[in-house]
Design a protein around this ligand. Structure first.
Ligand code: SAM
Ligand code: SF4
Length: 361
């Protein structure tokens, strides 16, 4: 895998948030299509719902210990998430990802999954740090309608795990959670890792080895300038190409054809024929904006057309007072404001005020 070296800028201070109650109305032809179409020809198929911005970890590349959470009274209710999923499915969404913060902290997670399953035929996936999973809850969520689980694991070393997550959890517990997901039929399990130079970049091949079995895909995500501490640093950033090269020193890889053009990951198999796969998500070095099919809604009801949007739209009034038709019109209008790309490597790029854990990864 080769990616041209990029001049990575040092970012300026984040801009102030710009929240508008309502997006401008999209053209009538877009509303008539009954789909979430943006002005660059892309269609939304993948809705990411952030159930909470709270988390029991404070991963160093994501959240500082003193991070401030949204006020409880600003948060969407379980029925709001179900309604958003139902309306989005009618507009052509086929995948719903429940994320956060840490979505397993949400007391109504099972109810939300069940509601989405009753009202949509969408694939339902959960992204979690794996710390709170057990067989009983996984089984209950699968019975409720959960299809797949993605688990984050950045290191296999207990001391590093404690340092990175600032938690008392352990890699062994997360590894056990991966086994539990597989045993409960919630595979294939995608395992996400973010490498940071000098922290865990020497573990690329060890982590890739987790995927040398059926049912597990190890995915390396490039660190993005979305952490609450604004500690993102081009000198500590590790590219997908460098990660791939480190893995290939131990496990040569062969590229797999992309089944889904809007997929964020470039996926590889092991050249020696061992089952399993490794994916690279390279939003910084190799942005995939042209094929983006995602729309995000935060736990406090902001529709974000892009991870890096500085403009977001408050859907709470439409949810509170409107009919489903109003919510649908709102989603169509918000989608139409989607920017062509995130522009991370463009001169003058400024990170958005909202951080990854408050957006929903
Ligand atoms: N708490 C859950 C977890 O960790 O899986 C779900 C939310 S977390 C924000 C979703 C994913 O975003 C995780 O895989 C995490 O590693 C990744 N992530 C968090 N901050 C990131 C950053 N600044 N750059 C790239 N990925 C990040
Ligand atoms: Fe929490 Fe996930 Fe962020 Fe870690 S990456 S602090 S687990 S939201």
């Amino acid at each position: 895998m080769t990616v041209a070296p990029l001049p990575l800028p040092q970012f300026a201070q984040a801009r102030q948030a710009r929240t508008f109650t309502r997006p401008p109305r999209a053209p009538d032809a877009v509303h008539a299509a009954g789909r979430m179409l943006d002005s660059h020809g892309r269609t939304i198929r993948d809705l990411r719902l952030s159930l909470t911005d709270r988390c029991n970890f404070r991963c160093t590349y994501c959240m500082e210990p003193d991070v401030r959470f949204a006020a409880p009274e600003s948060l969407l209710q379980a029925e709001d998430f179900v309604r958003l999923a139902r309306v989005a499915a009618r507009l052509g969404v086929t995948k719903i990802r429940l994320t956060g913060g840490e979505p397993t902290l949400h007391p109504a997670l099972g109810e939300i999954i069940a509601g989405i399953r009753v009202h949509t035929g969408c694939e339902i996936a959960l992204t979690t740090n794996g710390s709170m999973l057990d067989r009983a809850s996984l089984r209950a969520w699968r019975v409720a309608g959960l299809d797949r689980v993605t688990i984050s694991l950045d290191t296999l070393r207990p001391d590093r795990f404690a340092h990175i997550t600032r938690s008392t959890c352990s890699p062994q517990r997360v590894l056990a959670a991966i086994e539990d997901c597989l045993a409960e039929g919630l595979g294939p399990v995608k395992v996400n890792a973010v490498l940071v130079r000098g922290v865990n970049d020497d573990e690329a091949a060890d982590l890739a080895a987790l995927a040398r079995r059926p049912g597990v895909e190890m995915r390396f995500i490039e660190w993005m300038p979305l952490d609450s501490g604004r500690t993102w640093d081009p000198d500590r950033w590790v590219s997908a190409a460098e990660t791939c090269a480190m893995i290939e020193r131990r496990f040569p890889l062969v590229s797999l054809p992309t089944a889904d053009p809007s997929s964020t990951a470039r996926t590889f198999a092991f050249a020696d024929g061992t089952p399993g796969s490794v994916g690279f998500i390279a939003p910084v070095s190799s942005p995939f904006c042209g094929a983006c099919s995602r729309l995000r809604v935060t736990a406090d009801g902001m529709v974000r057309p892009c991870l890096f949007s500085v403009q977001e739209w408050d859907i709470r009034p439409a949810l509170r007072s409107g009919h489903d038709a109003d919510v649908a019109a709102f989603l169509i209008d918000a989608t139409h404001t989607k920017q062509p790309g995130h522009g991370i490597t463009q001169p003058g790029f400024e990170p958005p005020p909202r951080t990854m854990s408050a957006i929903g990864g």
